[in-house]
Each structure stands twice: as C-alpha cells, then as structure tokens.
Design a binder for this molecule. Structure first.
Ligand code: HEM
Length: 156
C-alpha cells in the first residue's frame, strides 16, 4: 500500500501539480466549486425533507437540486483525487482525512441505496424514512466539508 501511495505521488501529473502554483490553484478551485454545488444542492433538499418550507413542491426541488448535487459530487471526487495524489502518503496517514473519506462513503452509499429503493424522485418513500435519510445526509456532507477544511490545519 505504501509503495502504491508513493508511486501515485511520483506520477508526472502529481509532480506537475506540486510544481505549478496556478495548476494547483485551478484544481483546488474546481474542488471548491464541486463542494459548493454538492452542499448547495443537497442542504436545501435535506431541509425540505426535514420539514422546512412545506408549501414548496418537493418534486420540483428534487428535479433541480439532485442533478446539481450529483454533478458537484463528481467534480469534488475527481479534483479531490488529484489533490490527494500530490501528497498521497501524508494524506492517507491523517485521521482527519480518513474520517472525511468515511463520511463521503456513508453519504454517497446512503443516497444511492435510497434512490434505488424508493425511486429517482423518492416518490415511494415513507415520510419517517425520508426524515432520517435527510438528517444522515446533512451530517455526512457538512461533516465532510468541515473535515476537508480542517486538513489544512493539521495536515502536510
Ligand atoms: C474522494 C473524494 C475526495 C478526496 C480524495 C478529497 C481530497 C482532498 C484533499 C487532498 C484536499 C487538500 C487538503 C489540504 O491540503 O488542505 C481537500 C480539500 C478539501 N476538501 Fe476534499 N476530497 C474529496 C471530496 C470532498 C468532498 C465531497 C467535500 C465536501 C463535502 C470536500 C471538502 C473539502 C474542503 C472544504 C477542502 C478544503 C479546501 C480549501 O480550503 O482550499 N472534499 N480534499
């Protein structure tokens, strides 16, 4: 595993990222944009499922915000992997980074299972199940955001 992580950090792409301030800034900016789309899409949806804005049609919100959150997660994962490659052995050692990846895995798996089970617009889901899923989702994504920011203070 250690050799794999060291190999990842030695790739041309990781070396180029470490060597270019502007390239790194562009990838970091892409990561922030992905996070903004992800959390900006998912938080209003979760709050609606938890009972906020009862007069706003849930299916309309879902039609707009679910694809936005999916695009944000895709962008955050792709750019996150590039940032990770820059210092793979150091990041992999950090408890904060491992906890962040744990929350992302739980958040993404829970969302996937929910949609597979209850439909694209969650039309078949009971209200209690939706409220629990929304609470878990809020914890996972805001937690991942907080831990991601924390890496800068405890990391390499
Ligand atoms: C596989 C997915 C991901 C990987 C591998 C990853 C990896 C990383 C890495 C290596 C950094 C740089 C840390 C540093 O040195 O300061 C970072 C920053 C960050 N990540 Fe991620 N990330 C992923 C997904 C996410 C997601 C889904 C979120 C939010 C929900 C997130 C939130 C953040 C935040 C807030 C920062 C700090 C950005 C900054 O202050 O410039 N990450 N991530």
């Amino acid at each position: 595993m250690e050799a794999l992580l060291a190999g990842l950090a030695a790739t041309d792409l990781a070396t180029a990222l470490r060597g270019s301030r502007w390239l790194y800034a562009a990838v970091n900016g892409g990561h922030i944009l992905g996070i903004a789309l992800l959390v900006g899409g998912i938080a209003p949806l979760d709050l609606r499922l938890l009972g906020c804005w009862p007069s706003v049609d849930r299916t309309v919100l879902e039609r707009v915000l679910t694809p936005m959150a999916e695009a944000g997660l895709t962008l955050a994962v792709l750019t996150g992997l590039l940032l990770f490659a820059c210092r793979a052995p150091d990041y992999a050692d950090l408890t904060v980074f491992q906890a962040k990846l744990g929350l992302i895995t739980v958040g993404a798996s829970a969302a996937l299972l929910l949609h597979v089970r209850y439909g694209r617009a969650l039309e078949r889901a009971p209200a209690g199940r939706l409220r629990r899923a929304a609470a878990l989702s809020l914890i996972c994504w805001t937690g991942a955001l907080g831990l991601g920011r924390l890496i800068a203070f405890v990391g390499p």
